[in-house]
Write a protein that binds this ligand. Structure first.
Ligand SMILES: [Zn+2]
Length: 353
């Protein structure tokens, strides 16, 4: 071996684009790689410009020179031993990955930025597309699934006297009749709220749930309960809960939904009672629902600002305690009450369609 200093392996050298093979040996001295035989040099290059193929089993190793000529050897072990000794020279893919490194970092940053802009700009657009292409069975599935699940877990049958239920149902029908989809698109359900306490919420299929606790909280002011129901009707009209769900589903979930692939896993999540309740509406959705409540109440011949009274009571009686109550999902800030009153004053007396 001592006399063979510099030799890497013996094999064959192939001229570029030629099948002709010459017996040759591969040597490396002071960073210069040479394919030669009996002192005749066939190809040479500096080490960095020579490419060693990756080892794949016992397939002959190829060492490619910049001129396109190739040295081929079956002595994989010798090539490996040489490459190990010369760290810094890696074979095949590893070698290329290392060359690629700075570009890889740039690429990764670009992907992250792209992902962020998808969330910022494309997600809202995807949400709108998803809402548009949502077939009716989806809100129905979410609605009935959620209600069934809540009935199994937190809600109990209402103990509200039937006469009172009827009164609310009548007022509710008046509001529903003025809203998108008409009376038939909505249904009011009475329940004992259990741990969710004073609450009213809408499911995307038009089912509204009103808890006894909220009715009790309102006391004799039944009109303000109607104001709340008007607000909830508006959430259905504006498909706000679908939007919230879709936003929460993220880009991957949305692509699945739009593609019509509502697997059982997705269905489970969508119909779990907690999912809808855990999501809170966006501030703009809340403001929109407040204004719609004012409009619907006014159209139904009720005090359009009744909802503001409700928020005042809610804040007064519940404070900011508890995470599951109506207040946490509907912060009744003074500004909000003020906006409701201002809009009510604005449309009062305005001719209604
Ligand atoms: Zn709301």
């Amino acid at each position: 071996m001592a006399s063979d200093h510099g030799i890497i392996a013996k094999g064959e050298w192939h001229k570029a684009n030629s099948s002709q093979a010459m017996e040759a040996e591969l040597r490396e001295e002071e960073g210069r790689v040479t394919a030669l035989s009996d002192g005749q040099v066939f190809a040479f290059a500096v080490l960095g410009r020579v490419e060693f193929s990756q080892r794949v089993g016992s397939i002959p190793r190829r060492v490619t020179f910049p001129d396109g000529s190739v040295f081929e050897t079956r002595d994989n072990d010798a090539v490996d031993a040489y490459l190990r000794a010369r760290h810094g020279v890696r074979s095949g893919i590893i070698h290329r990955l290392e060359e690629f490194h700075p570009r890889l970092i740039v690429f990764t940053i670009a992907v992250i930025l792209l992902g962020m802009s998808i969330y910022r700009y494309a997600l809202p657009a995807l949400v709108e597309v998803a809402v548009l292409v949502t077939p009716p069975f989806v809100p129905e599935m979410i609605g009935s699934g959620t209600l069934a699940s809540l009935d199994r877990t937190v809600l109990k049958p209402s103990e509200l006297p039937e006469a009172q239920q009827r009164k609310f149902a009548e007022g509710f029908s008046k509001l529903a009749a003025r809203s998108k989809g008409g009376e038939a698109a909505y249904k009011l359900n009475f329940r004992d709220g259990g741990v969710i306490g004073p609450n009213a919420f809408a499911l995307p299929d038009g089912n509204l749930i009103l808890t006894d606790d909220l009715v009790k909280l309102a006391g004799s002011d039944e009109e303000m309960v109607l104001g709340v129901l008007g607000h909830e009707i508006a959430h259905v009209e504006g498909e706000h809960s679908l939007r919230q769900l879709y936003r929460a589903a993220g880009v991957a979930g949305l692509v699945m939904l739009i593609a019509g692939d509502v697997g059982s896993g997705v269905e489970d999540i969508l119909t779990q009672g907690g999912t809808l309740l855990a999501l809170s509406y966006s501030r703009s959705a809340e403001a929109e629902a407040d204004r719609r409540s004012v409009e619907l109440m006014n159209a139904g011949g009720y005090d359009p600002a009744a909802l503001a009274r409700f928020f005042a009571i809610l804040e007064d009686k519940l404070g900011d305690h508890g995470k599951t109550n109506m207040l946490s999902s509907h912060p009744g800030t003074p500004e909000r009450q003020q906006d409701i009153r201002a809009y009510a004053a604005e449309i009062k007396g305005r001719p209604q369609p």
